[in-house]
Design a protein around this ligand. Structure first.
Ligand code: JDH
Length: 239
């Protein structure tokens, strides 16, 4: 999979070369390229923002650098053999990112993330980008961030670990794919007693049926307490 990131803060993404995703890049499974949007800003100050038409607080990202950057990066690929890219703009006004979104995006050959800053990006950039690929406006969640960088990093991590060969232990992915939308059960490791706190007896019993039943019960109990919206019986649940 190829992933391009456009940002005015490219060093935010240094962390993605560490750990799992770093190994995927070394192994050639993931081709991650982070580019500074100001490479496509040609005035003396490499300006990427301007005041909003219609008035209002803050600044808006100018369309020109985005257009040139997207032409080059999507055009890069038009010259190759891959199909049109999926172009993701993190946005507080987007559809909410979930594990389902991650699974969908993990099937794509080429992702481009456009990280906005200030009050966001001139609307015409999204229209123009849809001529180059499939555009998705996606929100990390219902809270306000200062830009798209942190959202992009979270999405790349969630998507990246679903690419075959990236997660070290495929068993953990199999377990997740069988997931039922409940919260996970609690985990314990040695020692069996730590600072007067003991591991639940059932986990030391060797009774695998009893362990499975206890874990299932813990999943339901935690979900009922912490995330009742995930239970099918919840009236407020998304339909
Ligand atoms: C991209 C710039 C900062 C801050 C206006 C929005 C009232 C607009 N889950 C997520 N939260 N925030 C982002 C995100 C934020 C971004 C950019 C993504 C580019 N910003 C920004 C405030 C506003 N504000 C909320 N309304 C209720 C008006 C942009 C994000 C993601 N993904």
């Amino acid at each position: 999979m190829r992933i391009d990131v456009l940002s005015i803060f490219p060093s935010y993404f240094d962390g993605l070369t560490l750990s799992l995703l770093g190994k995927a890049q070394d192994a050639g499974i993931l081709d991650l390229r982070v580019r500074d949007l100001r490479e496509w800003a040609f005035d003396r100050h490499r300006t990427v923002d301007d005041t909003p038409y219609g008035g209002g607080a803050g600044m808006v990202m100018k369309p020109e650098p985005w257009g040139l950057a997207l032409d080059e990066i999507a055009g890069d690929v038009a010259a190759g053999e891959a199909g049109p890219p999926t172009i993701i703009f993190p946005s507080p006004a987007g559809e909410v990112f979930t594990q389902r979104t991650a699974r969908d995006l993990a099937t794509r050959e080429h992702l481009i993330f456009g990280c906005g800053r200030y009050e966001g990006i001139d609307e015409r950039v999204f229209e123009y980008a849809s001529q180059l690929g499939e555009v998705r406006l996606i929100s990390l969640g219902d809270y306000v961030l200062n830009g798209g960088e942190v959202a992009t990093m979270a999405m790349i991590e969630a998507i990246g670990r679903l690419i075959p060969g990236v997660v070290g232990n495929p068993e953990s992915l199999v377990e997740e794919s069988h997931e039922d939308g409940l919260l996970e059960y609690p985990s314990y490791t040695k020692p069996a007693s730590w600072r007067e706190r003991t591991v639940p007896d059932v986990l030391l019993s060797g009774n695998h049926a009893a362990i499975a039943a206890w874990r299932r019960d813990q999943q339901f109990e935690r979900t009922r307490r912490r995330r009742p919206d995930l239970l099918p019986s919840d009236d407020a649940a998304q339909s």
